[in-house]
Design a protein around this ligand. Structure first.
Ligand code: ARG
Length: 458
């Protein structure tokens, strides 16, 4: 006698510490709402199909509804000896309604039950994640709208490359997040599918109606293969993958925010409410939240690798290994929800130091491409124009000045093709404004881009 729901064939109980190792209740209690919802749908279906009598269904449903209220009020006390959320709730149900509670599990297994819970859980949470992505996108749009004509150095290799609109730079993250949103949205069709009624792996002899229980739970469709239904964790891998890639994006953005907040850059100031101080250095204001988001990307990659590794060698159908699908999923969810909320606030409240950006872009060689293009437009082969410009840059470096500081006579040393009009061309404003190509940094293009982004947010 083991006292377990499955104790019939056992002569001996495991010791408590062994039970503890096998138990998932410590974390799968987060599925309590979904587990109760799944059970209500299952028992309703059993009644509709004439498998349970109406009074039995009523008694079980009544018990489940009471448990639901207790769960909502955080009043349920879970026991490790009852292993997981499914057996804990079943025990509580029979304690409440008596032996009839034991009929709930007719035509069902914990294998399809747990899969159902996970599908229900993720389906709700993905919608919440998408809404948070959209809030961050809105914060980015708001900062971008305020900075269409803010000139900034654009970089490659973290070296000043060409002047750009600061809005253009910021909006890059809008589009990355747009793809993240698409990926989460598209994943819903693989989450929105019911495994309930697959049983342990082979289906059931009871005349159940899987489509009915799926419909009661709001699923669009059902798995067509009972083994696949209980073995599939692709939808969780996909969630972890989408979360990991999104965190890669947030981590890149975080890195830029950290750089921009340094005294060396000073392109932005983070709001005090999203910064922290130092316990020893009184002057410090640290971008801790951005650093933490950059750091937390790591655990989301770990969660993805973890589950892929769990799945790679397990035979069909259910194996206890699969219990390992949960903690990573909860952790990634918790991490991305936190990171998105923080990021939204951080971006919305940061101050863009337009003057610093203006000075920066006027004190560098990021207009050198303009000079090369200018010469090329006057008929010089581009390679030659590149060489001439490079030499003029070198002259400037030697003299500690920039291209716009050269006199026309200095310029003509480089090429006779250079005329007075070069000064207009070399102005960073002009360099940005002239980039009218679709998706380029010209102010007109950035405005079009913003309009397209805003249309997507309607
Ligand atoms: N706690 C288990 C899990 O999370 C539930 C399924 C258990 N099924 C079984 N046959 N032992 O995977």
């Amino acid at each position: 006698m083991s006292g377990k729901a499955w104790g019939g064939r056992f002569q001996k109980s495991a010791e408590a510490w062994v039970d503890e190792f096998g138990a998932s209740i410590g974390f799968d209690q987060q599925l309590v709402t979904e587990d109760i919802e799944g059970s209500i749908a299952h028992v309703t279906m059993l009644g509709e199909c004439g498998i349970l009598k109406a009074d039995e269904v009523e008694a079980i449903k009544g018990g489940l509804e009471q448990l639901k209220i207790k769960a909502d009020n955080n009043e349920l006390e879970f026991q490790v000896e009852n292993e997981d959320i499914h057996l804990n709730l079943e025990k509580m149900l029979t304690d409440l309604v008596g032996p009839v509670g034991g009929k709930l599990h007719t035509g069902r297994s914990r294998n399809d039950q747990v899969a159902t819970d996970m599908h229900l859980f993720l389906k709700k949470r993905v919608v919440e994640v998408i809404a948070l992505i959209e809030s961050l996108q809105d914060a980015i749009i708001a900062q971008a709208e305020d900075n269409v004509e803010t000139l900034a150095p654009g970089y490659t290799h973290l070296q000043r490359a060409q002047p750009i609109s600061f809005a253009h730079h910021l909006m890059t993250y809008f589009w990355m997040l747009e793809r993240d949103k698409q990926r989460f949205t598209e994943s819903v069709k693989r989450i929105d599918i019911s495994p309930l009624g697959a049983g342990a792996l082979a289906g059931t002899t009871f005349p159940i109606d899987r489509e009915l229980s799926a419909k009661l739970l709001g699923f669009s469709t059902v798995y067509q293969n009972s083994i696949d239904a209980v073995s599939d964790r692709d939808f969780i891998v996909e969630f972890l993958s989408n979360g990991a890639l999104m965190m890669a994006h947030l981590s890149r953005f975080a890195e830029e925010i950290i750089l921009w907040s340094t005294d060396e850059f000073k392109f932005i100031d983070l709001d005090d409410s999203f910064s922290t101080g130092s316990s020893i250095m009184p002057q410090k204001k640290n971008p801790d939240m951005a650093e933490l988001i950059r750091g937390k990307a790591g655990r989301t990659y770990g969660n993805l690798m973890g589950l892929l590794t769990v799945l790679k060698g397990i035979p069909l159908a259910y194996n206890k290994d699969m219990q390992e699908d949960k903690e990573g999923m909860f952790d990634t969810l918790h991490t991305i929800v936190g990171a998105l909320k923080i990021f939204e606030g951080m971006v919305r409240t940061m101050t863009v130091n337009k003057n610093v950006l203006h000075t920066a872009v006027h004190n560098d060689f990021s207009n050198a491409t303009e000079l090369a293009d200018y010469l090329a437009a006057k008929g010089m082969p581009f390679r030659e124009a590149h060489e001439v410009t490079g030499k003029l840059v070198f002259t400037c470096i030697k003299r500690g000045i920039y291209l716009l500081d050269l006199t026309l006579a200095d310029m003509k040393e480089g090429s006779d093709l250079i005329e007075e009009d070069v000064y207009e061309v070399l102005a960073p404003e002009a360099a940005v404004k002239r980039r009218h190509s679709l998706g380029g940094t010209g102010f007109d293009q950035v405005k079009i881009q913003l309009d397209k982004a805003k249309a997507l947010r309607k």
